[in-house]
Design a protein around this ligand. Structure first.
Ligand code: B3K
Ligand code: ZN
Length: 902
């Protein structure tokens, strides 16, 4: 059981089972803001009604850090009391007639370092209301199932805040006395308060008028600070592509006359889908070839798409309660993944995107599912909902939606979406409602037949393991695969029921390397290249007939389910798949399995020195074939040649020695660098592009492979003392025509530990000292650099004293602190515990500023229990040091208490 303090402000556990409908409905909200950084006045006039389905009771409005000045009911003063921070009204009119409630409060945006509610950034005003920030603006029923119509009037100094924005349509504006002005906005759609937004400040906009398929005109705007307009073209293109895609793929049009995106430098997450007024972390808006890498361009397309797609999946149909968060997030991640794939056009680029998405799932979500914060896609309880914007809700949630599409087919999925909107448009609903719509729209599908069991994906936490064994009967020409599934216990879920696991299968001839046609025993279906086997029991088997040669099974093609697959492949079988599998995902996976196996053998064989050769010749020559292949795309090659990360390797081990993992992986990198040196030289030269910069997937893949080549060449050269390639890297760093090539060259110097890294870093800083997002890269590169003799932590402490460091800016804090604690295991896990001491200091420091950011950092030690000594004891001590603070936020308290729980 979790233990919590029992003093004032003791955290309350919120349980899904306790959901009750709101006792009051709010039909309309009229907000008037007098914006002032130190004291903003908020007048909130609401029309409310009692909910006749709920027993009569007092109205309890949420509030946080507000100064209450006045409350009127139907224009008259009224008695009220406070219950903690809640405003309680007991003497409301009887009956079910609507009544007016007027609440006048003030708040202090300039003091709001939590960046939740109304805050200032660079002398402008912004809001962030999801999940529970609206209560920091005014007293309200701050829950997603209360949907209202909003009218918003903003008043502010005209010179300081010339642009005044809120949701919906601008219906009036004008000047006021004393140099002030106003703007009045009406949102034509009802919405939950978490989608409310306002922005006020000195902003300029890129504008684009578009006409939808239905012939409607819309205005698209991307607002940024003056001087940043030259970095908005890609975001605007991404927005236009998103609008077109949702109409084409799902028949979902833009339902607003005006759609705005605003960038801010201070933002807790990536972006926010406020109705018609998306507010973005500038990292996901601003890009040009001189300041942003290919990865930045791809992320912008994906996040712009994601927020836009929320306009239907999240905004038109929202969540009944926050336990249903994956209803909008899992579905919308699935939609943005599909969008990014569709934007690739080339089939191989689609596969690359899929591999990247799976890599995120396996390196971030699988550990979450096995750690102290494990929770189902639809959680059963939480203390701080902001802690549940997780890879499980987002990425695993997207995999659950993807499995539905696999089970009902692409057209069936579109039908399910249509039915979902027919049934629930304008409502706040549940994950069950979505799954039921999918099933009902596809009544003969396996999803419909298996729906209650399928929904265990929503209720059971943990990553299932799927074990498979194959047997070939040469005489009968049959091949049988036997499967068993299991899932480890997670908090409050000791035993698990069997999941529905869609397993996409193929067979590859072990001699010929050919794709073998699949005929399933007992089925009359014609032979096919792929077979979708839907596993429902604890065990199952399938037999293929007419199998002419011993096959190598290609299981879980395209990663058809979010499970760990155990199959005792021989090296030879993996080499066959790596060379021949028509499924690009499993082709990549075969290479990963080979590398992982070598890594694990070297890690657990403590008699061997970590400098010994880890990778065998067969692996290196297979990698050479991939690198030199005329058929494969550069982006795919780069993925195959990327070794499994240290975190992913750690997840395969019961006892984790991070320094040994780091040393073994570094030894592998060096072997790849030196063993393939001539091939890297060829690859670097063969992937030069001199034409105009374009961030498309194919060009980006070529740059990625050239960057990887340069990195390995510098690594090999630094070891051998050869100066040629580091010199070339420095030259490339100076000459690069785009940030991708420039950052890759800099990274090659930094990660190889070459002395030229120092002048290159100084030059980079001088070049970009006025570009915040580029400076973030400069900080992150140093905090994430491979550790050499414990040099990274002192460098990190030094970076924190740099004039450009500012812990209050989440991007900057992440670029230094998170890059070190979360993304640099070799530097962070120090035998002298100094990394953990630094972590504890920063968690406590950040918690006093911004609990959401602090709680993310707190999770860096989630997996401490599996660490080997001395790391384990030192990590526990660091956790205990944080836990001992009596004034922690609920955010950090929940994460730390879970980590320390038995
Ligand atoms: N819905 C927001 C996330 C809000 C997080 C609040 N702590 C962004 C997104 O998923 O699109
Ligand atoms: Zn989202």
């Amino acid at each position: 059981m979790l233990q919590f303090r029992d003093n004032e402000g003791a955290p309350t556990v919120i349980n899904r089972a306790d959901y009750t409908a709101p006792a009051y409905r709010i039909d309309t909200v009229e907000l008037t803001f007098d914006l002032d950084p130190a004291k903003t006045r908020v007048l909130n006039k609401m029309t409310l009604r009692r909910n006749p389905d709920v027993p009569a009771q007092a109205l309890k409005l949420d509030g946080e850090e507000l100064n209450l000045a006045r409350v009127l009911v139907n224009g008259q003063g009224t008695s009220f009391k406070m219950d903690g921070e809640r405003l309680v009204l007991e003497n409301l009119p009887e009956g079910n007639e609507p009544f007016q409630l007027e609440i006048f409060t003030t708040c202090a945006p300039v003091k709001n370092t939590k960046l939740s509610g109304l805050y200032t950034s660079n002398d402008s005003f912004f809001t962030q209301c999801e999940a529970e920030g609206f209560r920091r603006i005014t007293y309200f029923l701050d829950r997603p199932d209360v949907m209202a119509m909003y009218t918003v009037t903003l008043r502010a100094d005209k010179a300081k805040y010339p642009v005044l924005l809120s949701n919906g349509n601008l219906v009036d504006s004008g000047t006021l006395e004393d140099g002030r002005h106003f703007a009045k906005w009406v949102d034509p759609h009802k919405k939950p308060c978490y989608l409310f937004a306002l922005v006020a400040g000195q902003l300029v906009a890129r504008e684009q008028r578009i006409t939808s398929r239905a012939g409607k005109d819309h205005l698209l705007q991307v607002f940024v600070r003056p001087g940043d307009l030259d970095k908005t073209e890609h975001a605007m293109n991404s927005l236009m592509a998103s609008v077109a895609w949702d109409e084409a793929r799902f028949g979902l049009p833009l339902d607003l006359e005006r759609f705005m995106i605003v960038a801010t430098a201070d933002f807790n997450m990536g972006a926010m889908e406020n109705k018609g007024l998306n507010i973005f972390n500038s990292k996901y808006v601003l890009a040009n070839q001189a300041t942003a890498t290919d990865v930045d361009f791809a992320n912008i397309e994906s996040v712009v798409g994601h927020e836009y797609f929320h306009n239907w999946t999240g905004n038109r149909i929202t969540c009944r309660d926050w336990f249903q968060l994956s209803l909008k997030e899992g579905l919308t991640v699935f939609r943005d993944q599909e969008f990014s794939q569709d934007m690739c056009f080339e089939p191989s680029a689609r596969a690359v995107k899929r591999i990247e998405d799976v890599r995120v799932l396996r390196t971030a979500q699988f550990p979450e599912d096995a750690g102290p914060m494990a929770h189902p896609v639809r959680p059963d309880s939480y203390i701080e909902i902001n802690n549940f914007y997780t890879v499980t809700i987002y990425e695993k949630g997207a995999e659950v939606v993807r499995m539905m599409q696999t089970l009902v087919g692409r057209d069936g999925f579109a039908k399910g979406m249509k039915l979902y909107f027919e049934r629930f448009d304008g409502q706040a609903v549940t994950c069950d409602d979505f799954a039921q719509s999918m099933a009902d729209a596809n009544p003969s599908s396996s999803l419909a037949q298996l729906l209650p069991q399928f929904k265990l994906w929503y209720s059971q936490a943990g990553t299932p393991r799927l074990s498979a064994r194959g047997s070939f009967d040469a005489a009968a020409q049959t091949y049988t695969l036997q499967f068993t599934q299991s899932c480890a216990a997670t908090a409050n879920q000791a035993t698990k029921q069997a999941f529905v696991i869609p397993v996409l299968l193929g067979l590859v001839g072990s001699n010929s390397g050919a794709a073998l046609p699949l005929t399933v025993q007992g089925s009359s279906d014609a032979a096919a290249d792929n077979h979708l086997f839907v596993m429902t029991g604890d065990t199952a088997s399938i037999t293929f007939t007419g199998v002419a040669e011993e096959p190598v099974p290609s299981i879980l093609r395209g990663f058809s389910a979010p499970v760990v697959l155990d199959f005792d492949y021989s090296d030879a079988q993996l080499l066959t798949l790596l060379a021949n599998d028509p499924d690009p995902f499993n082709r990549w996976e075969a290479g990963q399995r080979l590398a992982l196996r070598s890594a694990i053998n070297a890690i657990v064989d403590t008699s061997a020195s970590t400098g010994a050769s880890v990778l065998n010749d067969a692996y290196l020559s297979a990698m050479r074939s991939v690198l030199r292949s005329p058929q494969l795309d550069a982006a795919f090659k780069e993925l195959v040649l990327t070794l499994p990360g240290e975190t992913y390797i750690a997840e395969q081990l019961d006892v984790v020695d991070p320094q040994r993992i780091h040393a073994v992986r570094e030894a592998m990198r060096l072997q790849i660098a030196t063993g393939l040196q001539a091939d890297w030289e060829w690859a670097f030269d063969a992937h030069q592009d001199n034409g105009a910069y374009s961030p498309d997937a194919t060009s980006a893949g070529r740059r990625a492979l050239a960057g990887m080549s340069l990195s390995y060449l510098c690594l090999a050269a630094t070891q051998s003392g050869d100066a040629v390639w580091p010199g070339k890297a420095l030259q490339r760093f100076k000459d690069a025509g785009n940030m991708t090539d420039q950052a890759n060259a800099l990274q090659a110097l930094v990660t190889s530990g070459h002395a030229l890294a120092t002048p290159a870093l100084a030059r980079f800083h001088a070049m970009f000292k006025h570009e915040d997002l580029v400076l973030d890269k400069w900080f992150a590169l140093q905090a994430g650099a491979p550790d050499r003799g414990g040099n990274v932590l002192p460098a990190v402490r030094q970076l924190m004293t740099h004039a450009d460091f500012n812990i209050r800016n989440p991007n900057r804090a992440r670029s230094v602190i998170f890059s070190y604690c979360n993304a640099n295991p070799g530097g962070f896990h120090r035998a002298d515990a100094a990394g953990y001491v630094y972590w504890a200091e920063r968690v406590i420091e950040l918690d006093g500023i911004n609990p959401q950011v602090a709680a993310r950092l707190a999770r860096a030690l989630d997996r401490w229990k599996r660490l080997a000594e001395p790391y384990r004891s030192a990590a526990r001590e660091a956790l205990a040091r944080v836990a001992a603070k009596s004034d922690l936020s609920n955010d950090v308290r929940e994460v730390i208490d879970r980590a320390l729980a038995d």
